[in-house]
Write a protein that binds this ligand. Structure first.
Ligand code: ADP
Ligand code: ADP
Ligand code: ZN
Ligand code: ZN
Length: 754
């Protein structure tokens, strides 16, 4: 394409001969200082182009500028499979990776709003506190000495530790090493303080206090000297002060069971030292500010008058304004970033970059509308355009038609997924896309219809007086035997209600979310779905060898990568780096194992099969339902050996759904299952959800996609706003009835449905 044709005159990033993953020798230009949206069905190659080629090459070039010494500490990025990428600028990837589990990271620290607040309080607060750092919980001068700035403290849950329905003789201490006749038990039973046949629940207050918190007493038992100490006191000393990681696994699990963590009693969870908590502006402390919703804090900052500090106040107001604008006004600055959803994390990071003075950066976003109600998408668009207008190149992988509509340039990948994709099927302005006849083009202006025949409910799961987070004593019937969609703006309380409360109040509710479950980080499709067991047995039978040869961690696996084909390097402050194992070149097994074949293929080749290919090749009976389910949820293109760590959040959720579908649970709860799905994929997903309901299941989804809402049997709409302006049910009924309702969701549905 003729680069000089771009009106901007800034040229273009020129990609030539890209072949990462499924890309078919793709050559294209990405206009600089423009907003480019990359579309295409799931698995068509969008990420391979944007993340694995453009962003990866930029990162590699930046790393090359460091000295060899520094480079030896950085992850080694192989050169992407591409002939050339020219005219590239530094790329910053803003994706949905959660912000990690660092307990010291909050919305305030991640956006830098906390440091602006600290400067403000150090200048205006009364009584004054001398340097600004004495107001910060990450500084020894400002942190609460009890919890060291973490804001939380662990305590022991007595009812988890002790069974009050038993006497000392009946083994009441529910902790390893504390059974009857154990040494610690002997101390309590033979202290002479208690009647060992008396149920704990019948103890007098005095006995109970002594059992739990009794002070140290030296006792004699036979010839032995014993030291008596209340059981809670003793546990606090022996376990709570130790690093959990240093203890034996079964003790660690037991400790996790008996401890609960709550706000630190010394600082009330504010993380701050006493002087920092007492320093106030107009009676408001810095901890009060951090606990306010961002929209309230913005009002407070705007009210504050201090002419010499006007620039600081303006800067803080602008930052908070961006948070509100991007639909995060319901968060508070003291909210730990580890509790944010993927979409919220991405938007928090986006705000940080909006405030940056750097220009000519290539920003790469991964579906920034995740978790956003149609109402907020408009505002997201404005921020993307603002980033562009600051002189940056903005590259967005996105399906939402409203975002596609504001793009300067569209790259449409396809025509299908996996081996059926990997081509550019359209590039140019949006108007051209509408006429192009591609799958995306055809879906853009499609007209939808509200479900004309919603199913009647077969019963109900009753939620009573839910108060989690912002829920305002919500009582509601979630109908069974139907597809229910729970809607409402981000922060209205949808996840709190259906992911938090529903599974707690009802058994047999399976939550299918996007998280990597513990231990699954290093598994792949075949191991995680259990298919590898069957595959291993077939290989063993065909070759007259042990099945174990074909498992990871056996002598048959590559000793370097232990059968993963990948090497994971944990880097202190960065994400874990993943690279292909050089010893086996990603083939996972020893040369000997690779000589064994099943119908002509070795184990490594079988693991390279896509789900679709495997359905033909692996005729083993137990594998067929799993493979069919994987294809059904829209993952026919993933390979059996594909590590879960390379799947997107949406793909992971659908993988979990595929596994759950083959089980016999009756109620499924899904969190935004359309994540990562093209409009065409959404069609098929909704079809699948309806088939699950036809099969007798109850399906509840949290969703913003208007197409999914329109085709549900029942809608529960939360609102009216976010945070403490939300948490109430503003509508429940069929999609048809919603059209006549007076809620934000109804307003957007009306515009979408004809
Ligand atoms: P999209 O972003 O459009 O959903 P991707 O670029 O993620 O598509 O995937 C395109 C193809 O490349 C798919 O067939 C996918 O399974 C494959 N693929 C992507 N990443 C990897 C990987 N790390 N290893 C193996 N295959 C991959
Ligand atoms: P939605 O799913 O509709 O986006 P959420 O249920 O996530 O809404 O959030 C509802 C309210 O609860 C918001 O004010 C949010 O900030 C708050 N909230 C959600 N999760 C947490 C958490 N882990 N800790 C504190 N507040 C939370
Ligand atoms: Zn504290
Ligand atoms: Zn290896």
């Amino acid at each position: 394409m003729d680069v000089t044709g771009y009106e901007t005159g800034y040229g273009a990033i020129e990609v030539r001969g890209a072949r990462e993953n499924n890309l078919r020798d793709v050559s294209l230009d990405i206009p600089k200082r423009q907003l480019t949206v990359v579309t295409g069905v799931s698995g068509s190659g969008k990420s391979s182009l944007v993340f694995d080629t453009v962003a990866a090459e930029s990162q590699r070039l930046i790393n090359e500028t460091y000295s060899a010494f520094v480079q030896s500490f950085l992850p080694h990025y192989g050169r992407p499979d591409v002939d050339s990428v020219d005219n590239l600028s530094a790329a910053i990837v803003v994706d949905q990776a959660r912000m990690g589990s660092n307990a010291r990271s909050t919305v305030g620290t991640a956006t830098d709003a906390s440091s602006l607040l600290r400067i403000l309080f150090s200048r205006l607060g009364q009584p004054p506190v001398h340097p600004a750092s004495a107001l910060g919980f990450n500084d020894p001068a400002g942190m609460c000495p009890e919890c060291e700035g973490l804001g939380r403290a662990s305590s022991i849950d007595v009812d988890e530790l002790l069974d009050r329905d038993r006497s000392l003789d009946e083994d009441p201490i529910r902790f390893p090493g504390h059974a009857v006749d154990s040494w610690p038990w002997t101390i309590y039973a033979h202290s002479g303080f208690f009647d060992t046949t008396k149920k704990l629940r019948d103890y007098t207050d005095e006995e109970w206090q002594r059992l739990l918190y009794g002070e140290e007493v030296k006792l004699k038992y036979g010839k032995m000297n014993l030291t008596y100490r209340g059981i809670i006191t003793s546990f606090q000393r022996s376990y709570l002060t130790k690093e959990l990681a240093d203890l034996q696994p079964h003790i660690r699990t037991a400790i996790e069971r008996i401890t609960t963590s709550g706000p630190c009693p010394a600082c009330g969870g504010t993380r701050l030292s006493e002087p920092a908590r007492n320093c106030r502006i107009d009676g408001v402390s810095i901890a009060d500010c951090a606990a306010m919703q961002v929209d309230e804090l913005l009002a407070f900052v705007r009210r504050t008058e201090a002419p010499p500090l006007q620039r600081l106040l303006d800067g803080l107001a602008a930052l908070l304004g961006d948070l509100v604008h991007i639909g995060l006004g319901y968060l508070s600055l003291d909210r730990s970033t580890s509790t944010l959803s993927g979409g919220e994390s991405q938007r928090v990071r986006m705000v940080r970059h909006l405030g940056s003075a750097l220009t000519d950066i290539t920003y790469v976003f991964d579906e920034p509308t995740v978790g956003l109600h149609a109402h907020d998408v408009q505002r997201l668009n404005e921020l993307l355009l603002r980033l562009r207008d600051k002189g940056n190149t903005v590259l967005v992988v996105e399906h939402e038609p409203e975002v596609v509509a504001v793009a300067d340039h569209v790259i449409d990948m396809g025509p299908g997924a996996g081996t059926h994709g990997g081509h550019v099927v359209y590039e140019g302005p949006v108007e051209g896309l509408r006429r192009s006849g591609t799958l995306t083009g055809r879906h853009l202006d499609r007209v939808h219809e509200a479900n004309p025949a919603p199913r009647p409910a077969t019963g109900a799961l009753r939620i009573e007086h839910a108060t989690l987070h912002n829920l305002a004593e919500v009582s509601v019937d979630v109908p069974t035997g139907v597809l229910t969609v729970v809607t409402g703006v981000a922060g209205s309380g949808k996840s709190s209600l259906v992911l938090g409360v529903l599974p707690k109040q009802h058994r047999d509710v399976v939550v299918v979310d996007q998280k990597l479950t513990r231990g699954s980080t290093r598994s792949n499709t075949a191991t995680w779905t259990g298919m590898l067991d069957t595959i291993r047995k077939s290989f063993a039978k065909a070759n007259g060898v042990k099945p174990a040869l074909f498992s990871a961690n056996s002598e048959g696996a590559c000793p370097q990568c232990k059968g993963l084909g990948l090497i994971y390097t944990d880097l202190a402050y960065l994400d874990t780096a993943v690279s292909v194992c050089e010893a086996c070149e990603g083939r996972r097994f020893t040369e000997e194992v690779l000589t064994y074949r099943l119908r002509g293929k070795n184990i490594s080749e079988v693991l390279e099969l896509t789900v679709d290919e495997a359905r033909e090749f692996l005729t083993e009976k137990p594998l067929q339902p799993v493979l069919a389910a994987l294809a059904d949820v829209g993952l026919p293109y993933i390979t059996l050996g594909q590590p879960l760590s390379t799947l997107s959040g949406g793909e992971r959720q659908r993988l979990k759904l595929a596994v759950e579908m083959t089980g016999d649970s009756s109620v499924y709860v899904l969190d935004e299952p359309t994540t990562g799905l093209h409009m065409d994929d959404v069609d098929r997903l909704v079809g699948l959800l309806h088939r699950l309901v036809d099969g007798g299941r109850t399906v509840v989804v949290v969703e913003h996609d208007l197409d999914v809402i329109a085709r549900a049997d029942w809608v529960i709409d939360l609102g009216p706003g976010a945070g403490h302006d939300g948490g109430r049910i503003v509508f429940q009924g069929t999609p048809g009835d919603l059209l006549a309702a007076d809620t934000l969701t109804a307003e957007h549905l009306r515009a979408h449905v004809r």
